[in-house]
Design a protein around this ligand. Structure first.
Ligand SMILES: [Zn+2]
Length: 297
């Protein structure tokens, strides 16, 4: 696991002003800025962290590797505890992994299957999982994003980067206090006014100061993750959850286009989060499932 001080130094490196765009590979690469103190430069050097690990990923390999990783029986326990810690104590690295795990677990093993849609740029997207056929990534920057709680929900090769690192984590167990904060947050969400929108919910969670150690970025992604887990219900599928049988990318795209049709033209919409309103409330079954999976066996 990257240590906290290194993540702080990286937050000064992975900024737009230090980046250069590689047009061939369509990725940003970064230079160490002069603004780093000598101490920070030393820390970075001593960590051996490679700032620009740029790699090519291809769909079929990502899928095979994801399916292989989730055969590890211990993973469900780790990701459940990580997520409770993310909510209970601001452990931002813990938000993404529960999504990555269930995505990989429930997704069928498959070869790339091109999405074809009129008027849509889809020459590179798989209709089953949404992962691109081929793409270059700056894995180092993507890993840093996971540490600040900036997630990728949907078809992204970053899930593999995520779970590969999670396999190296040991002894991640949520404390009783983190578990009670988690349950308290669910209760606060459950008490939403009927017309509450996701963005109002995020503001309310900030105001209630119920998410210790959180910031704007992590609160947004925690709420989006709760929608992916089906804890926040959506109006398209009452039983939707990434923990349930896999829903193809093509179907999710369909729902997303439908949300678009019924939203102001400039609104950013995303399935499932944009399809939540306060009156739909919370699905307690999925809360209990995560709590049960986080118990030591
Ligand atoms: Zn696919």
């Amino acid at each position: 696991m990257l240590n906290r001080n290194l993540v702080k130094v990286l937050s000064k490196v992975y900024r737009y002003e230090n980046s250069e765009y590689d047009f061939d590979k369509k990725v940003d690469v970064y230079q160490i800025p002069d603004s780093l103190s000598n101490e920070q430069k030393e820390l970075l050097k001593a960590s051996n962290f490679e700032l620009n690990r740029v790699r090519e990923h291809n769909h079929d390999n990502v899928i095979k590797e994801l399916k292989g990783i989730v055969e590890n029986a211990h993973l469900e326990y780790i990701v459940s505890n990580m997520f409770i810690k993310a909510i209970g104590s601001g452990f931002n690295r813990g938000i993404q992994s529960i999504f990555s795990y269930y995505f990989a677990q429930n997704m069928p093993l498959h070869d790339f299957d091109l999405l074809t849609r009129k008027g849509y740029r889809t020459e590179n997207t798989c209709k089953i999982c949404g992962i691109n056929k081929k793409m270059w990534h700056n894995d180092s920057e993507n890993l840093y994003d996971l540490y600040i709680g900036y997630c990728r929900f949907g078809g992204y090769a970053e899930m593999l980067l995520d779970l590969k690192e999670v396999l190296t984590f040991k002894n991640i167990t949520a404390t009783d206090n983190e578990k009670s904060v988690f349950l308290k947050v669910i209760e606060i969400i459950e008490n939403a006014p009927n017309d509450e929108t996701p963005s109002k919910l995020i503001k309310r969670l900030a105001k209630e100061k119920c998410l210790p150690g959180s910031n704007n970025t992590s609160r947004v992604w925690i709420v989006k993750c709760l929608a992916e887990l089906g804890i926040l219900k959506n109006r398209y599928d009452a039983n939707y959850s990434i923990m349930n049988p896999f829903i193809h990318y093509e179907q999710k795209l369909e729902w997303e286009l439908d949300i678009h049709k019924n939203s102001p033209s400039r609104a950013e919409v995303e399935f499932p989060i944009s399809a939540w309103r306060g009156k739909l409330g919370v699905n307690r079954d999925y809360v209990e499932k995560i709590m049960a999976n986080a118990k030591t066996r």
